[in-house]
Design a protein around this ligand. Structure first.
Ligand SMILES: NC(=O)C1=CN([C@@H]2O[C@H](COP(=O)(O)OP(=O)(O)OC[C@H]3O[C@@H](n4cnc5c(N)ncnc54)[C@H](OP(=O)(O)O)[C@@H]3O)[C@@H](O)[C@H]2O)C=CC1
Ligand SMILES: CC(=O)[C@@H](O)[C@H](O)COP(=O)(O)O
Ligand SMILES: [Mn+2]
Length: 380
């Protein structure tokens, strides 16, 4: 029986992970469930999966859950997430959203625990410290992000030194083909309407601004140990080819499928085996019949150029970019700023940033906090 700890169990990835576990209850057992404040949904999960540990955001919720479920260890806050990450299990699915995810990933890899990583912000902000510990402790870092799972699958059985290029596919989001003027006018409701994927609100806005692809370029750099100059974004509106790897002989290996996160999640859960799941099969003669690719428009979507530059410069730049983006996405969702304020403000913050290098976890979290503070100061 493989014991799975799920941080972010009430979210989009968390729910799809539980769907896979439901289909394999003879092989997979949930030991940890964690969320912020969706207590009603969490209670249903506790009753169904009977975890050993539960983590919530607030102490008052933890107290109530402790009384309701006396057999469960109920923890709260960041300390609770750390204790859960250091508890006993076989695989940690980190499906938290945002920089918060870096903290339990870091503590888990320091303990030598294997990770199924959905939380891309972990590697964007903390790639160096995470991958150092992954190497030191021989951790399996299994990508869940669909493109990175596709790359990981396309790398199986091939030699890293014979890799020529990664093609990271992007849907282009709901504003593909927009002019800068059109982008100025878009609403929260439009930005939340992703053409192909149903996801949490933060990653959906990131897809619309294409910052998601910028974050994924940095995530791929760390996961696959490749310079970002070898990572090419390919806009592919059908989201059928989930990414590709080109080798020195000009063979390109890709992973295809209907856009359904249960495929990469089940691959991470079963690796190196494949697991049956409830994902929709790709209809090659229907939705999969037309596959198109185009270069991204980096003049309209400035987030892409910003992310490549942050990756090249390193140090605190990626954490600052990520922190600013998180704060700005939240403000946009609250309808306090315009959509284009996201990329314009990140650009200003990155231009003004004075970096530091050789970072530990605390320095990264401090860079994140300083960047968020700057967002609020600039938009005051
Ligand atoms: N959704 C998708 O298809 C994909 C997502 N990803 C990445 O996976 C990650 C998760 O995305 P997604 O599932 O969409 O996000 P959601 O917003 O749907 O879910 C986030 C989860 O994190 C929990 N959470 C948030 N804050 C805290 C906190 N302070 N303490 C404990 N738990 C907390 C939420 O709890 P609560 O419900 O209580 O708020 C929820 O369970 C992101 O990094 C995203 O970029 C990557 C590829 C695809
Ligand atoms: C499903 C997934 O992995 C998302 O990160 C996806 O990549 C979003 O689609 P975009 O290609 O529009 O960013
Ligand atoms: Mn993705």
């Amino acid at each position: 029986m493989k014991k799975i700890a799920i941080l972010g169990s009430t979210g989009s990835i968390g729910a799809q992970a539980l769907d896979i576990i439901d289909g394999h209850s003879d092989q997979l057992k949930v030991t940890v469930l964690a969320c912020a404040k969706n207590i009603r949904k969490l209670c249903g999960q506790i009753e169904k999966y009977k975890p050993e540990i539960v983590v919530v955001h607030q102490e008052k919720d933890a107290r109530q859950l402790s009384e309701k479920y006396p057999g469960v260890e109920v923890l709260y806050g960041t300390e609770g997430l750390i204790a859960a990450a250091e508890s006993s299990y076989d695989l940690l699915l980190n499906s938290l959203v945002g920089i918060l995810g870096l903290i339990p990933t870091y503590h888990a890899v320091c303990k030598g625990r294997d990770i199924a990583l959905a939380n891309k912000e972990t590697l964007v902000a903390g790639g160096q410290i995470i991958m150092d510990q992954v190497k030191k402790n021989q951790v399996k870092m299994l990508p869940v992000d669909s493109e990175h799972s596709a790359i990981f699958q396309s790398l199986q059985g091939n030699k890293h030194q014979q890799l020529e290029r990664i093609y990271l596919t992007a849907s282009g989001g709901p504003f593909r083909g927009y002019t800068p003027e059109q982008l100025e006018e878009v609403t929260v409701e439009q930005a939340l309407r992703h053409p192909n994927w149903h996801m949490g609100s933060k990653v959906t806005i990131d897809s619309a601004s294409m910052m998601n692809k910028g974050l994924e370029v940095i995530e791929a750099k760390w996961l696959f140990n490749v310079p970002v100059s070898k990572i090419q974004i390919a806009v592919h509106p059908q989201s059928v080819v989930h990414s590709m790897v080109e080798y020195i002989d000009h063979s390109i290996i890709a992973q295809l499928g209907a856009p359904d996160m249960r495929v990469p999640i089940s691959y991470a859960f079963g690796y190196p085996d494949r697991m049956e799941n409830n994902a929709e099969a790709l209809d090659l003669f229907g939705a999969g019949a037309e596959l198109t690719f185009e270069r991204p428009d980096t003049n309209v979507f400035k987030t892409i150029a910003i992310a490549y530059e942050a990756a090249e410069k390193g140090g605190t730049y990626p954490a600052v970019m990520n922190g600013a983006n998180e704060a700005l996405v939240q403000l946009f969702l609250e309808k306090k700023i315009k959509f284009t304020d996201i990329q314009n403000t990140i650009e200003r913050i990155m231009n003004a940033h004075v970096p530091t290098y050789n970072l530990g976890l605390e320095e990264i979290l401090e860079a994140d906090r300083a960047s968020r503070k700057m967002v609020y100061e600039l938009l005051k």
